[in-house]
Write a protein of this length. Structure first.
Length: 211
């Protein structure tokens, strides 16, 4: 599936790093405190979106009473405190190894903050796989479109030579803006039904990339 590409551009959260359950748990704590309906695993994957501010609005947060910058920081502070409760997706190390052995370049493109993204990549010993690690300069996960356009220029790859691998509709939007192909993985932050809408390949497990 990926042998024809020169470069694989990975999303981080929900694609390499398995943090879905923690994200739901933390959000349910905030929702409970505000007497808002709680999330299930299924409802979360139908509601989550980027920009994350829109996701909070879908959940019922009233930004006139409590600005997004405040409630978003509450979520992120708790996430940062507990992030090492999570781990990598099963099989991801084997996939990264296989792609590296094929001589295909790999990078990370994430709406996560750059500082913490670097910390996490180093913690899990993954830096050896990636030529570029691109994150945002803030914690609010608005969009990574501009990061993607900058990255594709730095990589110097042409159309259909790079593929974005992610778990959200936003990853598809970013790939399209980069003139790159896209493959989506359906065990992350959005439901398979939503991921199938753009008409790109959707896999149930990241290991299918190399098998």
């Amino acid at each position: 599936m990926i042998k024809s590409y020169k470069h694989i551009i990975w999303d981080w959260n929900g694609t390499i790093f398995c943090d879905v359950d923690l994200g739901i748990e933390i959000m349910n704590g905030l929702l409970h405190q505000r007497n808002l309906p709680l999330l299930t695993s299924l409802s979360y994957r139908d509601l989550f979106t980027i920009p994350v501010k829109d996701y909070y609005a879908r959940l019922g947060f009233d930004f006139a009473k409590e600005p997004f910058e405040i409630v978003g920081k509450l979520w992120m502070d708790e996430y940062e405190r507990r992030k090492f409760e999570c781990g990598l997706y099963d099989g991801i190390l084997g996939v990264l190894d296989s792609i590296q052995r094929l001589g295909i370049g790999q990078s990370i493109l994430s709406a996560y903050s750059q500082h913490t993204l670097d910390q996490m990549v180093d913690h899990y010993g993954l830096r050896k796989y990636f030529t570029h690690i691109a994150g945002l300069d803030n914690i609010y996960a608005a969009s990574k479109l501009h990061l993607g356009q900058d990255l594709i220029e730095r990589l110097g790859v042409g159309k259909q030579e790079a593929v974005v691998v992610g778990d959200t509709e936003h990853d598809y939007e970013v790939a399209r803006a980069m003139n790159a192909d896209c493959i989506l993985i359906a065990n992350g932050h959005q439901s398979k039904t939503r991921l199938q809408a753009p008409g790109v390949p959707v896999l149930d497990d990241v290991r299918s990339l190399v098998h």
